[in-house]
Ligand binder design. Structure first.
Ligand code: FE2
Length: 429
């Protein structure tokens, strides 16, 4: 028997170790200990975690890497970011958006990030962003699964012509219906927008992903309407509530009704830890609220929770590097998910849970699935998050599409001239 690729002696996220993964024709042909066979390429993964690829279920690829255009966000606030985007948007060209997005996709591949759901602002009737991202989706096909959300960023009702633009963007081929109910003029308009958007999705057979209640206002309760509309239109399992930050500030009694409702609707929750912790709580003095939604409680109720990156070097966020381990790392801290089990749940939230939120059926380290995986310089998911571990090999359809050297430093101290490997420190050793 000869395989195209054989990954040997891997640790898997579920705790198994000493596992070989054999690949043939771009698919996983066998998984188990001691697969002895010839292979076109062999990777020695001894002591390394081999994970399915990272998946970002919430991003803005039309804005990424635009930091500094036309000027910097001096306050670092959401409101100045929105204002800046409003200045930049009319000047965008298809070529410039494509060029920045392609550069981000290169960065994503190097980080083992091989599936991304990007919101695409459809407010400008020129739809330059939609045209550009459709081109990018085509160009990265076979490398990155890019899902595009038609996102009426200025409001479905609040911005004149937004409903028509959104429909046109969906006609052009965008994949998912977006919305922003808390940004409409009134709560009633927000609720009406959700009814209209869920109806559109049901009619077109599409999924829904709503920027929902991205606010510190505990009375911003559009998520309950989203759950109700999900059930009304039979969209269970196909709807995501992104951000849901108001839930952080809600009354506990109300939340005790709300979370079971979200679970009943089979909704996915997509918090964005890096952005929620920086943009929420800005009207607070001290103590300052964290703003991230109630992740452990949602998970305990059986809701699929996936973490998004949201922004990298754009009007809203100066930082970020396409590293979903950095996202998970922030979530561990903000949600105080520091038990061994909870840190593992945060790793799932940037891999399997995100794939589930996006509806990626061909995902996972199982025989018959696409041979997509990342070899990390870490022995387990906890160490991967702790170190934001190097991606030694990124594999897509059985081919190595990125590789990096081990991260290590050479010390030059008297009597201690040695190599320091950040992954050389294990509990109990
Ligand atoms: Fe967002």
């Amino acid at each position: 028997m000869s395989y195209d690729l054989l990954v040997q002696n891997a640790n898997l996220p579920d705790g198994r170790s000493g596992v070989d993964i054999a690949v043939s024709g771009g698919r996983i042909a066998a998984i188990g200990p001691g697969i002895a066979a010839e292979a076109g390429e062999t990777i020695d993964a001894s002591g390394c975690l081999v994970s399915p690829p990272f998946v970002d279920p919430h991003f803005h690829m039309d804005a990424t890497l635009s930091l500094g255009l036309p000027r910097m966000n001096m306050s670092g606030t959401l409101l100045e970011g929105i204002q800046l985007w409003g200045e930049l948007r009319p000047t965008l060209t298809r070529e410039a958006v494509v060029e920045r997005a392609m550069r981000y996709c290169d960065l994503a591949v190097s980080q083992g990030l091989l599936a991304i759901r990007s919101h695409v602002d459809t407010s400008d009737p020129r739809l330059v962003t939609a045209e550009a991202l459709l081109e990018v989706r085509d160009r990265v096909k076979g490398t990155i699964d890019l899902q595009l959300v038609a996102f009426p960023q200025d409001g479905y009702y609040r911005s004149e012509g937004a409903a028509a633009s959104l429909e046109r963007a969906l006609d052009m081929g965008l994949d998912v219906v977006g919305g922003i109910p808390h940004f409409e003029r009134t709560m009633a308009d927000g609720a009406a927008s959700l009814a209209a958007l869920c109806r559109t999705a049901a009619e077109r057979g599409l999924r829904v992903d709503i920027h929902c209640d991205e606010s510190d206002d505990p009375l911003s309760r559009h998520v309950e309407t989203l759950a109700a509309e999900t059930m009304r239109h039979g969209l269970q399992g196909r709807v995501a509530g992104s951000h849901l930050t108001s839930m952080h500030s809600m009354d506990n009694y109300y939340v005790s009704k709300l979370i079971p409702l979200i679970a009943e609707a089979g909704m996915h929750a997509i918090p964005n830890p890096l952005i929620n912790i920086t943009l929420q709580g800005r009207h607070d003095s001290y103590p300052k609220r964290r703003g991230m939604t109630r992740v452990p409680e949602l998970m305990a109720a059986g809701v699929n929770v996936a973490f998004g990156h949201d922004c990298v070097m754009d009007p809203w966020y100066s930082l970020g590097s396409g590293d979903m381990l950095e996202v998970a790392h922030m979530a561990v801290h903000v949600a105080q998910m520091t038990s061994r089990a909870a840190i593992g749940q945060c790793f799932d939230a940037v891999t399997v849970n995100s794939a589930k939120a996006m509806g990626l059926d061909d995902y996972g380290l199982e025989v018959g699935k696409a041979a997509d995986m990342v070899v990390l310089q870490a022995r387990d998911p906890i160490e991967a998050i702790r170190l934001k571990a190097a991606r030694l090999f990124v594999v897509k359809a059985g081919k190595v599409i990125a590789r990096a050297p081990r991260r290590e430093s050479r010390l030059d101290l008297p009597g201690r001239q040695l190599t320091v490997d950040p992954a050389a420190y294990a509990p109990g050793e």
